[in-house]
Design a protein around this ligand. Structure first.
Ligand SMILES: Cc1cc2nc3c(=O)[nH]c(=O)nc-3n(C[C@H](O)[C@H](O)[C@H](O)COP(=O)(O)OP(=O)(O)OC[C@H]3O[C@@H](n4cnc5c(N)ncnc54)[C@H](O)[C@@H]3O)c2cc1C
Length: 392
């Protein structure tokens, strides 16, 4: 039975976050972009919505919400501002990693921190400038007594160097690629971890994205994440599938924002005695934009409901491309007004590009789509890139 209806709880959550985005996020879009962060008041207000441990299973103290519900939240936040969506969702980066990569004791120990405080930040650090994460890392972990010593520099990390908890991937067995990778939770204040340079960005400025440096950072054995019952590569695959889905949902929200703005603007703006929206070329463009938004949303919902990796990859690829098209068309339909900062449309074009570059990138999602169709893993897909359901 196929249903495109939301249940009552989902409708309430959707409405709640829509209101939050309208009241807290959209009005501060430029201020947060300039400040390079969202305000602590907004973090507290978001925390009070009770969405802190949304996707964490109930047995582990979370709300146990479905991926569809999480996607609804992301669409609304993305509609408000994609940069704020990334910043406000940061604890979920770590909770999602712990759900997929940690064991129950680790989950309980670390989740409580995000449950109790509204301004705690999370980070997941894998990218590096010198290596591609698909092949392994130059950041290394060496066994030292009861724990590990981590050394290396991570780049492009949301909340890099300022998070309360940072999940770090490092090479424990050099030369074995993903077979030799380990993951650890580094807690703020552990000696040997420090903030590196903050990156200047094309978009998503409200999210703090920076390098984080490990210089003999000692991490105890109990902070090592072993990937749950299916091992680390499978857990990582599931983690990135979740991340791709949430990014896709944000792209839907961003695209909806751009479409609605262009729809309103072109009905106000007049040429030759009528609104420009009444010229067929403009009207058709609006129709194409709406098709992109709707199709992207349905694909995200389907993938969230099925949790199948090939459907996640398809939804992610489509959402990235659709949002880029819609934001580009919105700039075009506004003419000069689309290119100036008096309106948010130019920002959406910059932000959608940044979202498409977060892991897994658009190309890697396409690679997964092609792998599914061809029936075998292609070179350079995410570790263990055979197509598996996310839920086993
Ligand atoms: C807004 C933003 C937020 C981010 N947040 C984080 C974060 O929190 N933590 C973190 O660790 N990193 C983060 N990143 C980094 C991001 O995950 C990486 O940039 C991304 O994974 C690509 O890795 P790379 O930059 O090393 O590109 P490379 O691996 O060098 O790839 C270069 C290009 O080649 C493509 N490519 C690579 N391999 C293949 C292949 N096999 N087939 C086809 N194309 C391929 C890539 O898609 C890309 O276009 C963020 C980036 C951005 C823009």
């Amino acid at each position: 039975m196929i249903s495109f209806s939301l249940d009552e709880e989902q409708q309430i959550i959707q409405e709640t976050v829509r209101k939050f985005a309208a009241e807290w996020v959209r009005p501060q879009l430029r201020e947060w972009e300039r400040a390079g962060t969202v305000s602590d008041e907004a973090r507290r207000a978001f925390h009070e919505l009770g969405l802190g441990l949304l996707e964490v299973p109930e047995a582990l103290g979370g709300a146990g919400a479905s991926a569809v519900t999480a996607a609804l939240v992301q669409e609304e936040l993305g509609f408000g501002d994609a940069g704020a969506a990334v910043a406000l969702w940061s604890p979920h980066l770590v909770t999602a990693a712990l759900v997929e990569l940690g064991d129950e004791a680790q989950a309980r120990r670390f989740f409580s921190r995000f449950a109790e405080s509204s301004v705690r930040l999370g980070a997941v650090a894998y990218s590096e400038r010198g290596t591609t994460p698909l092949e392994g890392f130059s950041t290394v972990a060496v066994k030292r007594g009861d724990g590990y010593s981590l050394s290396g520099t991570k780049a492009f990390v949301v909340n890099g160097g300022c998070a309360d908890l940072t999940v770090v991937f490092a090479q424990i067995e050099p030369g074995r690629g993903w077979g030799g990778v380990g993951a650890w939770v580094v807690e703020a204040g552990m000696p040997g971890m420090r903030a590196g340079a903050r990156h200047e960005l094309l978009g998503l400025d409200a999210a703090h994205i920076a390098e984080v440096v490990f210089d003999g950072c000692l991490v105890p054995e109990e902070n090592r994440l072993r990937g749950g019952p299916h091992g680390l590569p499978k857990g990582v695959q599931r983690y990135f599938a979740r991340a791709a889905l949430m990014t896709a949902a944000r792209q839907v929200g961003l695209a909806r924002a751009a479409y609605e703005f262009a729809l309103g603007y072109t009905q106000e703006r007049r040429a030759f005695g009528k609104p420009v929206a009444h010229f067929q070329a403009i009207a058709f463009t609006l129709a194409e934009m709406l098709m992109d938004v709707e199709a992207a949303r349905w694909m995200v919902w389907r993938a969230a409901a099925s949790q199948k990796l090939d459907e996640v990859a398809l939804a992610a690829t489509h959402a990235n491309e659709a949002a880029w098209r819609v934001a580009d068309q919105a700039v075009q339909l506004l003419g000069g007004a689309g290119y100036v900062q008096d309106y948010p449309v130019e920002k959406w074009l910059r932000d959608t590009k940044a979202l498409a570059l977060t892991a897994p990138t658009d190309q890697l999602s396409q690679l997964a789509v092609a792998s599914a169709e061809l029936g075998h893993a292609l070179d350079g897909g995410w570790p263990s890139s055979t197509i598996q359901p996310m839920v086993t």
